[in-house]
Design a protein around this ligand. Structure first.
Ligand code: ADP
Ligand code: C5P
Length: 224
């Protein structure tokens, strides 16, 4: 019978003698493309059956640097993330174990003191700009979704969000966008779209795409 699990993941699980099988969905896309909005729509639809892991929580911590020094770092390159920790924790979660995930605080450009316990669930959603740049992460995804939103809409949304939610000034947003966010998007995020299984224009507003994804997850939940 058709299995929703990737061949690689099935093999990984079999190698470890595990019976636990989560459907793992990767949601990537540029900054402010609508990844979190799509993730939240799926979490709401499948109440209690989803665990969410955000790539942003695995930004490296920079305790030795001042706020100004941290603000000047490149947060849009693959090297900004502790990807080994993320892969290790994601494997744990898919294997059916709870994890203690770091929690990132954008207002201080650093990891917070908190950790968040995430319990294993039949559906695991992983969200983040650069997910599909990392081959070892891609191997863990059964379905790879890329939210595709025009750059002009994304920067408009980002300005508003970063000022309201992330404690930024318009000057800092402009500088960061031109110096790192946009060049890294062109270098890494946009090419990684080719790794996606499905490209979703406009994210959560795309009701046809949302309906297809929800149906796919429902099929999976009814098969386990
Ligand atoms: P991402 O997770 O990709 O950074 P979010 O889902 O957090 O994107 O969206 C970024 C901002 O844009 C948020 O403030 C959100 O409310 C807003 N937003 C998301 N989707 C839409 C949309 N379709 N239309 C208008 N605003 C949106
Ligand atoms: O939610 P979104 O996908 O936009 O989050 C990723 C973005 O967060 C990156 O484009 C990065 O520039 C930004 N970021 C930031 N400051 C940090 C860490 C990340 O502006 N300290």
């Amino acid at each position: 019978a058709f299995s929703p699990l990737s061949t690689r993941l099935r093999k990984n699980l079999a190698d470890r003698g595990s019976n636990v099988r989560s459907l793992v969905i990767g949601i990537a896309g540029g900054t402010a493309s609508g990844k979190t909005s799509l993730t939240k729509a799926l979490v709401k639809e499948f109440k209690g059956n989803t665990a969410v892991v955000y790539l942003d929580n695995y930004y490296k911590s920079h305790t030795g640097l001042t706020y100004e020094q941290r603000a000047a770092l490149n947060y849009d390159a693959p090297t900004a993330f502790d990807i080994d920790l993320m892969i290790e924790q994601l494997r744990q979660l898919i294997d059916g174990n709870p994890i203690e995930c770091p929690v990132y605080d954008y207002t201080i450009h650093n990891r917070s003191e908190e950790v968040q316990e995430i319990a294993p669930q039949p559906v695991v959603i992983v969200e983040g700009i650069l997910l599909f740049v990392f081959p070892q992460l891609c191997e863990l995804f059964d379905i790879k979704l890329f939210v595709d939103t025009d750059a002009d809409e994304r920067i408009l949304r980002r300005v508003r969000r970063d000022m309201v939610e992330r404690g930024r000034t318009i000057d800092s947003i402009e500088k960061q966008y031109l110096e790192t966010v946009k060049p890294m998007h062109d270098l890494y995020v946009e090419p990684s779209k080719r790794k996606a299984d499905i490209i979703i224009p406009d994210g959560v507003q795309n009701l046809v795409a949302l309906d297809m994804i929800i149906n796919r997850i429902n099929n999976y939940l009814h098969s386990v």
